[in-house]
Design a protein around this ligand. Structure first.
Ligand SMILES: C[S@@+](CC[C@H](N)C(=O)[O-])C[C@H]1O[C@@H](n2cnc3c(N)ncnc32)[C@H](O)[C@@H]1O
Length: 269
């Protein structure tokens, strides 16, 4: 077992390392759930640093798996961490972590695409936050198979100021396949510029943080991974309903190798 670990100034009872957790619970990675684990704490700490100051923050982590990134989030000082994991097999390992950091972790088992994050903010709490909105973050080494629908879902909530985006300040620090990370951050005129670039950039400041080589993950995926940070803009660059913007942008990019105007011609009000 590993030596005693320090999470944000608290001495913890000895915790198994992530590698030991994987062995202890026989957690063989499942490809269909995009399970590629990060065991190197220097990398998980580096991802978490991209989020900024997490001291006393409220954080949601998507897909904690064996808990490597989870530990880094706790070390950074998050006061309240909700983890949403689809695979039941990881829950006992996460409970060990929860016992080591009492009162700081809530564990939810479910599919993040269907999960309503706002459920964790009861009305009596959000009322008290109206004058002084909290430091809210979403962090995740995302499963590749859900990363694009997930960011689109959250951008829509950001646009409508609903759910966890109700205060307009929730920041996101997420991993994507390197190609998707490049599309999200591509500027005007770039070959990588796509529907995803426009949708993300009209609502947020998108920053490409760093690339993690595939070899850093266990098992190794066929691609490298990009870490991307999103900060919501005070005002969206396009003041139109999200679905309308999405439709126009989709049509424009469908025909971009032909004529953009032709694409827009297909758009019906
Ligand atoms: C790339 S792994 C990351 C695991 C861990 N955070 C790490 O960095 O080592 C993705 C995690 O997301 C979980 N997952 C996959 N699909 C999910 C979904 N729809 N909702 C919630 N979790 C999901 C997987 O079970 C896995 O634990």
């Amino acid at each position: 077992m590993a030596a005693t670990q320090k999470l944000s100034g608290c001495r913890l009872p000895p915790l198994p390392t992530i590698g030991e957790i994987i062995k202890l619970y026989n957690l063989k990675a499942q490809k269909q759930l995009s399970q590629n684990f990060l065991l190197d704490t220097r990398l998980t700490d580096k991802i978490v640093r991209q989020a900024g100051n997490l001291n006393n923050a409220h954080v949601c982590e998507v897909g904690p798996g064996p808990g490597g990134l989870t530990r880094s989030i706790l070390k950074a000082g998050a006061a309240d961490l909700l983890v949403v994991e689809k695979d039941m097999r990881f829950i006992p390992g996460l409970q060990l972590l929860s016992e080591a950091a009492p009162g700081r972790i809530r564990i939810a088992q479910g599919d993040i695409l269907a999960y309503k994050l706002e459920r964790r903010f009861p009305a009596n709490i959000t009322k008290t936050w109206e004058d002084d909105p909290p430091n809210l973050h979403i962090i995740g080494n995302l499963p590749f198979n859900v990363s694009t629908p997930l960011i689109i879902k959250w951008l829509e909530q950001m646009s409508n100021r609903t759910g966890i985006f109700m205060f307009g300040r929730t920041r996101l620090t997420l991993t994507f396949q390197k190609e998707a990370a490049e599309r999200l951050t591509a500027s005007t005129g770039s070959r990588q510029r796509s529907r995803l670039s426009v949708m993300a950039q009209y609502l947020t400041t998108v920053k490409s943080c760093f690339t993690i080589p595939g070899q850093a993950f266990v098992p190794k995926p066929n691609v490298d991974v990009g870490v991307v940070h999103f900060t919501p803009l005070a005002q969206p660059q396009i003041q139109q309903p999200f679905k309308l913007v999405e439709k126009i942008v989709k049509n424009a990019f469908q025909f971009r190798r032909k004529h953009c105007r032709r694409g827009l011609g297909y758009f019906e009000h």
